[in-house]
Structures are given as C-alpha cells and as structure tokens.
Design a binder for this molecule. Sequence first.
Ligand code: HEC
Length: 168
Amino acid sequence: MRRLALALGLAALACDVAGAEVVARAETSQPVESAAVPADPAAIGRWLHASAYRSWPAQSGVHATSEHGGARVFFNEALAASMRAGAGEHPVGSAAVRELYEADLVTLRGFAVMLKLRPSGPGGEGWLWYEQYGTGADAKPLVAGTGERGCVACHDAGFDFVHPPEPG
Ligand code: HEC
C-alpha cells in the first residue's frame, strides 16, 4: 500500500461530494508508518486501539446518528483527496474509520472500517468491511470481510461505496 505523507497541524478541507461537507484535519504527532490500515482483519483491532487513524482528515466532531448514538468519520489522505476531487471511483488504498459513540456522544463504543484492497466490483467485494464493538486492543470484530452484504446493502448508495459524511 502506498505510504502517505501526513501534514501536521490544522487545515480545513472541503469535500465536493453531495453537499460540500467540510472536514477538518485533526492535529497529530503520530508516525506516518502506523497510519495505514492493516489488510489483515485480525490486526485491525490492535491498530484501532493505537488510534493512528486520528491523524487523518476527519469530521470536526461527533454527530448524532439515526442509530441512537454518535459517530465521527476519519478519511485517509487517499480517500480525502479523491472525495475533494469529486471522483466517482476512489483509489485502491482508500480507507475510512467511523468511530461509534454511545448516545452521550462522548463514550466511544466501537468502530466501523472500510479499506479498498482492489477495484470495488459491483458488490463491494474489493473493499474490506470491518465492524467492532468494544475498544480494547483484543476486541473482536462482528464483521470482517470483503463484500459484506450487510454493509454493502447501504453503502452501494454512496460514491464507490463511500457515503458523503453527515454534518459533524
Ligand atoms: C443503514 C445503512 C448502513 C449500514 C447497514 C452500514 N452503513 Fe456504514 N455508513 C452509513 C452512512 C449513512 C454513513 C455516513 C455516516 C456519517 O457521516 O456518520 C456511513 C459511514 C460509514 C463509514 C465512513 C465512510 C463513509 O462511507 O462515510 C464507514 C467506514 C462505514 N460506514 C462502515 C460500515 C461497515 C463496515 C458496515 C457493515 C458492518 C456498515 N458501514 C453498514 C450507512 C450504513
């Protein structure tokens, strides 16, 4: 996977997809090496626990969702740039992490992750779909696989399976 240089500091960037949502880059001092999502689902729990994705461009804060909780989405540099460009198809290596929060919008309760391993294909089979409840390094996923139907059923309405972020 392509290693991406991550800039430090705050920079606003606009995403041109459906409604021009604005995402802000979170401040970070994480090493670039750890920013790539492991392609092996068994390693993703530990990777999430280390929070390297928090160096990615993100929604500015946690927003309430229809699932009676909250969420905050982080997009890696490859995906953020592709969304900014309004691309209909995102590059291999694109990734997003959706932090899932309790209804208090403060307590982190889990994660949903997407990682584009190959060209998407009609059923999202080029994407790795991953969902985990719990935040410990040893938390086990409920969903971890390519083309997961429960995820694709909603995400095929997005742009190359990525939903434009809700305001947050
Ligand atoms: C009921 C419809 C629905 C289902 C089912 C669903 N999602 Fe999503 N997902 C959404 C919506 C809507 C967003 C944008 C939400 C936001 O901004 O908070 C989203 C956002 C995401 C994001 C952030 C990237 C993006 O597209 O904005 C990831 C990662 C994600 N979902 C992963 C998953 C995974 C993994 C599954 C299956 C375990 C899944 N989702 C199932 C509707 C769904």
